[in-house]
Ligand binder design. Structure first.
Ligand code: NAI
Length: 258
């Protein structure tokens, strides 16, 4: 199915899962607004345009209120609509510290980027979506997806700040799902498990050993494409009545086993 004229914003899409999501949506005909902290993404854009996909890049540090505002203002000005917001940008702690050594600085940084940033980006995007809906914009059915993590539920005592930030973001997703349900804007939460990206590169070997030892019933790393396929399905509208649901994209990691 192609989506001519529909605009998707994917945060943190210069690499990793976000890039996978952006590639998938662009290949399906969405115009994708790529965004990340970096001032440019020329190489990524060259790939997209080379493939004949429609995309642009707007830098935005998700933790920066002024940049969030500028990002949405640019989308509004250039396109006059936003059909899909994918809140993907996120960081791991700089140091994996035991809970007893967790620093307030690391905690604050993780909350700022992983929880507070997407909360207020979504708040501003939702306001704009509602205004466009009320203005009777043609063929307009906006949706919102949050990429949280299995860490919203699964405990890792060596990165409590990350778990708390994603647990908080999970609540943000459900809050918006309820608030926007009667407005006709579905909101979903995807929880990736262990995905092969730069974020997991430093612990790749440790995770590989755990996977080999049976941590995940599906015995492999997840790929960005696994998450992207789920975003594509949600973006299609097939799951609109399931608003607020959480989908684990984790190879069965979170299935309780004896
Ligand atoms: P990554 O580190 O490979 O890519 C993260 C992207 O987010 C990059 O494009 C980076 O520039 C961007 N980003 C980081 N901080 C930002 C900020 N302040 N403002 C705007 N953009 C920012 O990470 P990965 O693995 O692709 O992760 C994407 C999302 O998926 C994150 O929210 C992460 O927490 C989540 N996740 C990842 C898992 C994994 O195993 N890789 C598992 C579960 C969730």
């Amino acid at each position: 199915m192609t989506r001519p004229g529909l605009i998707a914003l994917v945060t943190g899409s210069r690499r990793g899962i976000g890039l996978g999501i952006a590639r998938r949506l662009a290949s399906e005909g969405w115009h994708v607004v790529l965004s990340a902290r970096s001032p440019e993404a020329d190489q990524v854009l060259a790939e997209f345009h080379g493939a004949g996909w429609s995309a642009e890049y707007i830098p935005c540090d998700i933790a920066d209120a002024g940049m969030r505002e500028a990002l949405l203002a640019a989308i509004s000005e250039r396109h006059g609509r936003l059909d899909l917001l994918v809140n993907n940008a996120g960081i791991a702690p700089r140091v994996r510290a035991d809970l007893l050594d967790l620093s307030p600085e690391s905690f604050d940084e993780l909350i700022r980027v992983n929880t507070r940033g997407p909360l207020f980006l979504t708040q501003a995007a939702a306001r704009a979506m509602l205004a466009w809906k009320r203005a009777g914009l043609e063929n307009y059915q906006p949706r919102i997806v949050f990429i949280t993590s299995v860490s919203a539920d699964v405990v890792s005592t060596s990165r409590g700040d990350y778990c708390i930030s994603k647990s908080g973001l999970s609540m943000v997703a459900r809050l918006f799902a309820v608030r926007l349900a009667s407005e006709g804007i579905p909101v979903f939460e995807l929880r990736p498990g262990i995905i092969d990206t730069d974020m997991t590169a430093a612990v790749h070997d440790r995770y590989q050993t755990l996977i080999d030892d049976g941590l995940t019933p599906v015995p492999r790393f997840g790929q960005p494409g696994d998450v992207a396929a789920a975003v594509s399905a949600l973006a299609s509208g097939a799951f609109d009545f399931a608003t607020g649901q959480i989908i684990n994209i984790d190879g069965g990691l979170t299935i309780g086993r004896l």
